[in-house]
Write a protein that binds this ligand. Structure first.
Ligand SMILES: Cc1ncc(C[n+]2csc(CCOP(=O)(O)OP(=O)(O)O)c2C)c(N)n1
Length: 1038
């Protein structure tokens, strides 16, 4: 049921000027039209208090009064009664009662006016009824819109008609319509009756159905509401809590005659439908047994996208980044992005050899980048379709991140030049949580792309699953409501309605810079793919589909009947496009080789040579001049703005930093500062994103200072380093891994000249973003020949914090490395380390010193190519007094150390060494402490593997050869089935040509990454340390 309070409160305030035109003082007060009700809005001059903001106040009070006359002051009660009773301007107001004689007389006059109007209550009720009715259509009209082209399904999964709108499901049936009206009126919901249909009601300002009219008969009001909300477009927007935005939408859909197209526009639309339809037909004719995930049933997608792009281009957009699933992808590549047809067709040739290294990918996953002239607007436009895996919706945040980066690099702070369009399937849009995560990035300052246009190819089926089984929400698009995005559902068999909503969607985006959804309610003419039999599972639906005329045919017939085109013109359009396809097909046979690099979605102009090779195969020193280190250190330990009060605890931290700088040393935080700061100096943008990264989960970073006295006043010292430095972005993200990592990956895609880092709160949370890691980061280059230099910072380490928060799961990252454990590479080649990096799919490091962390971050940018970098970062080492690096190890001429060899007494007399312990990361400090305690510095050498992958075969061979009499032991703090052991052991064995065993020291195999019991943790630690220094431990096995 409708609550009166809701209705009244939502009524748009009326202004005096809006109603004065229709106000007639001569009309007898008793006539029941709503014009009388509006009489309270007398000319401002006559009621001087009805001006400016006060009129809003009065109007609100009026609404309250309509609901309950006692809710306002008596004087207002009288005023409203008098105006409704027809009091002329200036006469309605009666000052509050006083004890004076005159005022008593005035009160008596007012009272008499009220009494002269016995039907006021009825008038008020009717007024409210019509307003409620209008509002009901605005809120719920979409539920009865005719959205399904097949006419058999309910797009909202509900066949009932909302109780408060007149519309019947079959609006053409007058009898049903009348019956419904009767049910709702005569003694029913609205208290109106059939005789009211011809009465004229004044329209509130919350509707535009009147056009130039401010009053309409009820019958016409209902007809216009039906036209606006219950035809082929269902507008869902009344949940938006911004009045201006609601008004904007109402105006776009309610204004009579607003949906008009010129003949030229109709012909363009037809031509686009011809291309879309005939492209699929062509593929079907040539490769009838190939999967292509055709668009049949939603051919209108192509003109829809082109309309969004045209309109956006008209509004100033010159770069559109798109993401989409399989359905219709080839068609979009051909007819929206304008990929050469022969390049698409040759992808169907199974005999063509691949020219590029790597796996390549299926044709319906590849990306594309194309710059061309938009013929409609005559402006340049760049279109990019981001390559994606099969994993539906996974590309959403990637597209957003790339869009953000492109906006950032061209200084487009409001999204006026660069925008994104995301396409979705109905089942995936409703079912995949990443959609929700991505929506939640849409309005965050460091993540917003200022509005994405979402287009759902809602074919009302997901593979074989019916919508009823695929979602609990009425529409597949309901997820968009969380960000107040308007949702335009549209029957895809009405091409003009589709074009209209697409136009409005593009205008919405350029007006409000917020997300918007176009839900193309369509059908799928074939099975899930062309090989699939849909009748197994959807027999009735497919019987109907087989009877359904293709949309092109229907629209062509309509235009022919309207005289917009004639039959020969239409047929000529078809044969023109068929000829284009045939010619391209002939050319495609000349293609000898498949070049995946022609399908690059993000070219990096100038970064590679013209044939796509790195400009060198070397990496300069990653060290810095001392004055640069000192300068960054000084800024990192100060507050570079005036009158800024920081927290006392932070002052102490900065003081400690200052001391470190004075002593020419860095801890972890300072090393990171120096890496970032120096890259900024060199013009490299640095972006660090993730949960709580600004301060750092472990409170070590403090890249954003907060004024303790001024709310929200912050300072980022890193942006105060040099006058012409690149900007530093550090941003706390939403509590999402999948979405945010995808976003940062997309950001890193846009340019090689940025260090983009994502930090997990704890390393184990990376598995929430597993899809981005497995599908994009690990194999991205192999599948799509595009490089990416994203950095993952994953806090890792067994510190007695329980099964969670301990392991970043190094074993998983290492298992996915592409280097061969059993083949020793040619160690003699020049720049072995660099070529190894060039060949790998990603780099995995676990640094034991801040200095090495500093170097590896800088190396990431100084390398002549880009690879993802996975860094297992420390927790306790952040503050470990021994985990410090002297400036000397960071000066010009120094490098990242892939291996840190033993440099203590054992290295002085290697032949005496009984055991060579290899390890990585923090366990090194446990081992050295234990060795010292046992006085075994001469007998046991400890070598740290800092770069796990690609495996430093060359350096480790040297180490192994250096200690000829030593047993080789791999030591890790992780459980045996986890950590690095399975990766390191075969490679170490290959390094030494399997001449010796490689023994294991560490925790036993386990299901969980760590114990939840602190004592057990310490016992386990001591047990494996004992074993590490028990020189007899493996004797029995030898
Ligand atoms: C994350 C994910 N889960 C499952 C699949 C397998 N799959 C491929 S298409 C599809 C149905 C998708 O339905 P919908 O989103 O409605 O798109 P449509 O194919 O109907 O266009 C499924 C389940 C997938 N590709 N990705």
């Amino acid at each position: 049921m409708f609550h009166l309070r809701t209705c009244a409160a939502k009524l748009r305030p009326l202004t005096a000027s809006q109603t004065v035109k229709t106000f007639s003082q001569n009309k007898p007060a008793a006539i029941r039209t709503f014009q009388q009700i509006r009489c309270y809005s007398a000319p401002v001059a006559a009621e001087p208090f009805l001006s400016g903001t006060s009129s809003n106040y009065v109007e609100e009070m009026y609404c309250a009064w309509l609901e309950n006359p006692k809710s306002v002051h008596k004087s207002w009660d009288i005023f409203f009664r008098n105006t409704n009773a027809g009091a002329p301007p200036g006469a309605a107001y009666q000052s509050p009662l006083t004890l004076s004689r005159g005022s008593l007389a005035t009160a008596a006059r007012a009272q008499s006016l009220v009494e002269a109007q016995p039907n006021v209550d009825k008038l008020v009720e009717d007024h409210l009824a019509v307003q409620s009715l209008i509002r009901a259509y605005q809120i719920r009209g979409h539920h009865v819109a005719q959205l399904d082209p097949l006419g058999i399904l309910d797009a909202d999964l509900d066949s009932s008609v909302p109780a408060d709108i007149i519309s019947s499901t079959d609006k053409l049936d007058l009898a049903v319509f009348k019956e419904r009206l009767r049910m709702l009126t005569v003694g029913g919901f609205y208290g109106l009756d059939e005789s009211d249909l011809d009465k004229v009601f004044h329209l509130p300002t919350t509707t535009f159905i009147g056009g130039q009219e401010s009053a309409l008969p009820l019958r016409e009001i209902i007809r216009r509401l039906e036209m606006a909300y219950c035809q082929h477009i269902g507008v869902e927007f009344m949940f938006i809590n911004d009045l201006e935005q609601c008004q904007w939408i109402r105006q776009k859909f309610e204004t009579p005659g607003i949906m008009q197209f010129t003949n030229e526009e109709k012909r363009t639309l037809l031509a686009r439908l011809v291309r879309s339809t005939r492209f699929e037909d062509f593929l079907q004719r040539k490769w009838s047994s190939e999967k292509r995930f055709g668009l049949e049933g939603c051919e209108v997608l192509i003109p829809a996208l082109k309309t969004i792009i045209d309109k956006s281009s008209e509004n100033g957009i010159d770069y559109v980044i798109m993401g989409m699933p399989h359905r219709g992808r080839l068609n979009v590549l051909a007819n929206v992005i304008r990929k050469e047809l022969e390049q698409i067709f040759c992808q169907f040739d199974s005999k063509l050899e691949a020219a590029d290294e790597g796996s390549g990918d299926m044709k319906y996953h590849l990306g594309m980048y194309h710059r061309r002239i938009n013929r409609v607007t005559d402006r340049n436009i760049t279109l990019s379709l981001v390559a994606n895996p099969s994993h539906l919706e996974a590309a959403d945040p990637v597209v957003m991140g790339k869009t953000k980066a492109e906006q950032f690099y061209c200084g487009d702070t409001e999204g006026k030049k660069v925008m994104s369009i995301l396409l979705h399937g109905d089942a995936a849009f409703a079912g995949q949580g990443i959609v929700y995560e991505t929506f939640h990035l849409s309005d965050l300052p460091s993540y917003t792309t200022h509005g994405t246009v979402h287009v759902v190819v809602n074919n009302q089926i997901g593979f074989t699953t019916d919508p009823r089984m695929a979602r609990s929400s009425p529409y597949p698009t309901d997820v968009a409501r969380v960000v107040n995005a308007p949702i335009f559902h549209v029957n895809a068999d009405d091409p003009e309605a589709v074009m209209y909503v697409c136009k409005v969607a593009a205008e919405w985006r350029s007006t409000f810079h917020k997300d918007v959804v176009v839900d193309l309610v369509c059908y799928r003419r074939n099975g899930h793919n062309e090989m699939d039999e849909p009748m197994f599972t959807q027999p009735l639906m497919y019987k109907q589909i087989h009877k359904q005329k293709p949309v092109l045919q229907k629209y062509a017939e309509l235009l022919v009947s309207q005289g917009v085109v004639n039959q020969p013109e239409y047929e000529e359009e078809i044969s023109k496009y068929d000829k284009i396809c045939e010619e391209a097909f002939t050319r495609s046979k000349d293609e000898k080789i498949l070049h995946i690099k022609h399908w690059l979605d993000s070219p990096w102009p100038g970064f590679f040579t013209l044939d796509g090779q790195p400009r060198s195969m070397s990496c300069p020193s990653t060290g810095l001049e001392e004055d640069v280190l000192t300068h960054i250190g000084n800024v990192a330990s100060s507050v570079p703005v005036e009158n800024f009060t920081i927290h006392g605890g932070l002052s102490r931290i900065l003081k400690t930093r200052k001391e470190l700088v004075k002593n020419r040393t860095v801890d972890w935080a300072l090393a990171e500062y120096m890496a970032f700061g120096s890259l900024l100096k060199e013009g490299i943008h640095v972006r660090l994103s993730g949960q709580d990264v600004e301060r750092g989960t472990f409170s070590h970073r403090h890249h954003v200072l907060h004024d303790q006295n001024v709310d929200k006043r912050t300072c980022i010292p890193m942006n105060h380093l040099w006058p012409n430095q690149a900007p530093y972005t550090v941003c706390n993200s939403s509590l999402s891994e999948y979405g945010v990592l995808g976003f940062e990956l997309g950001f890193a895609m846009a340019s090689p000249n940025a260090l983009v880092l994502w930090e997990a709160q704890f390393g184990d949370f990376n598995n929430m973003a597993q899809c981005i890691i497995d599908q994009f980061i690990c194999p991205g280059q192999a599948k799509w020949v595009r490089q990416n230099g994203i950095v993952l910072l994953l806090p890792h380490g067994m510190e007695g914090m329980g099964p969670e928060h301990s392991s970043a799961r190094p074993e998983r990252f290492l298992q996915m490395c592409n280097d061969d454990p059993d083949v020793l590479p040619d160690l003699g080649g020049a720049n072995f380390d660099i070529s190894q990096l060039y060949d790998c799919n990603w780099v995995v490091v676990n640094c034991s010193t801040p200095g090495n962390f500093f170097h590896v971050l800088r190396r990431q940018i100084l390398l002549p190519f880009r690879k993802p970098l996975i860094v297992f970062t420390p927790k306790s080492l952040l503050r470990h007094p021994e985990a410090r690096t002297n400036f000397d190890e960071m000066l010009a001429g120094t490098y990242f150390q892939r291996v840190i060899p033993e440099d203590g007494p054992a290295a002085q007399d290697p032949s005496q060494v009984k055991r060579l312990l290899f390890c990585t990361g923090k366990v090194y400090y446990d081992l050295t402490r234990e060795r010292k305690a046992r006085g075994m510095a001469e007998q046991v050498a400890i070598t740290r593997i800092e770069q796990l992958s690609p495996f430093p075969f060359d350096l480790l061979l040297k180490e192994a050869q250096k200690y000829p009499n030593a047993e080789l032991v791999w030591c890790q703090e992780e459980h045996k089935n986890q950590g690095y052991y399975d990766y390191v052991k075969p490679r170490l064995r290959t390094t030494i040509d399997r001449a010796k065993p490689v023994w294991y020291v560490g925790r036993d195999p386990a299901a969980a990454p760590a114990t939840g019991n602190k004592k057990t943790h310490l016992t386990e630690l001591q047990r494996f340390l004992d074993m590490a220094f028990d020189l007899d431990a493996f004797k029995k096995f030898s």
